[in-house]
Design a protein around this ligand. Structure first.
Ligand code: ZN
Length: 304
């Protein structure tokens, strides 16, 4: 009897609960981010006040992404859209135009001094743009992006000001700790061992911030193929410098790096996450997980 009463009471409340959750879902700010890493930064600041969708999903390659009609719909319905900029999303301008969205388009990397795409070892003349877009590989840059995201969310949704400020402050504290952790772990690797081969040149900001040298047969974009000459130069370099860290990436074809490893006898040290998170079952479902995973892989390959 008692049990029946309880069930009846819950049943009576159900319509109210449904109405309440429907209303709050409608009030949530609809946010679109261009790729998964940026979406995670936005989620950490937006919290419960926002619903965040990522255009390029986990393990997706933003360099060569082809937006779908569903993406145009997401952008059309968004209250605010965050992009990386620096030429990372070559497809975004057309998508925004096609969607006819009225949402502000926020460049999350504003205020970050970009590295020049010098071309490094290969200098592909046909690479588009002049800046290296992979700024998030330095935690200091991610902190700048979080500040930009906070200000943009406050501008679009001033009523959420206190929430966005406190979410951002809590997340920035975690990023401060992460930044110290990366610097500490890399500092313990002997300087002459800090040499790494990856498939595309996505770790320049990590290299500059923490003192590791990365070499890649593909340039900062993945749309250009590495030439036979570039590959031969890297193979020579691995042999001369006895580079022990050869890594795959989650967004690029692994065959090239595997070929280089087998020709030089270098061991493949694992996978580094460059331009995308993994899904929730992978090693890097969040930005903090991504940096920690890469750090662990580097430390074990370069000191082992
Ligand atoms: Zn990239």
């Amino acid at each position: 009897m008692k049990r029946y009463a309880a069930v009846a009471a819950i049943a009576a409340m159900l319509p109210i609960l449904l109405v309440a959750s429907h209303a709050s879902a409608q009030e949530k700010l609809k946010v679109v981010a261009s790729f998964s890493i940026l979406a995670d930064l936005v989620k950490n600041v937006g919290g419960d006040r926002t619903v965040v969708a990522s255009l390029v999903g986990p393990n997706g390659n933003a360099h060569i992404y082809a937006p779908s009609p569903a993406d145009a719909k997401k952008v059309a319905e968004a209250d605010v859209v965050f992009i990386n900029g620096l030429g990372f999303e070559g497809w975004i301008e057309r998508l925004v135009k096609a969607s006819a969205t009225k949402a502000p388009i926020i460049v999350a990397t504003n205020g970050i001094k970009p590295r020049e795409r010098a071309g490094g070892n290969n200098g592909h003349a046909h690479d588009h743009g002049r800046s290296d877009p992979h700024v998030w590989q330095s935690v200091a840059n991610a902190k700048t992006m979080v500040g930009n995201i906070r200000e943009a969310l406050i501008a679009v949704d001033p009523a959420g000001k206190d929430v966005y400020r406190s979410n951002a402050a809590a997340y920035l504290t975690k990023l401060d700790a992460l930044q110290r952790e990366v610097a500490d772990v890399i500092a313990r690797i002997p300087a002459d061992r800090r040499r790494v081969i990856t498939s595309h040149d996505a770790f320049g900001y990590f290299a500059d911030a923490y003192g590791v040298t990365f070499t890649a047969p593909q340039g900062v974009s993945t749309d250009a193929e590495a030439s036979a000459k570039d590959i031969a130069a890297i193979i020579r370099q691995i042999r001369q410098q006895r580079i022990s860290g050869v890594f795959l990436e989650n967004v690029t074809d692994p065959r090239l790096v595997k070929q280089i490893a087998s020709e030089t006898g270098a061991r493949v040290g694992g996978t580094l996450y460059s331009d995308a998170l993994t899904d929730e079952h992978g090693d890097a479902p969040t930005y903090i997980d991504l940096i920690r995973h890469n750090l662990k892989q580097l430390a074990s390959a370069l000191t082992g």
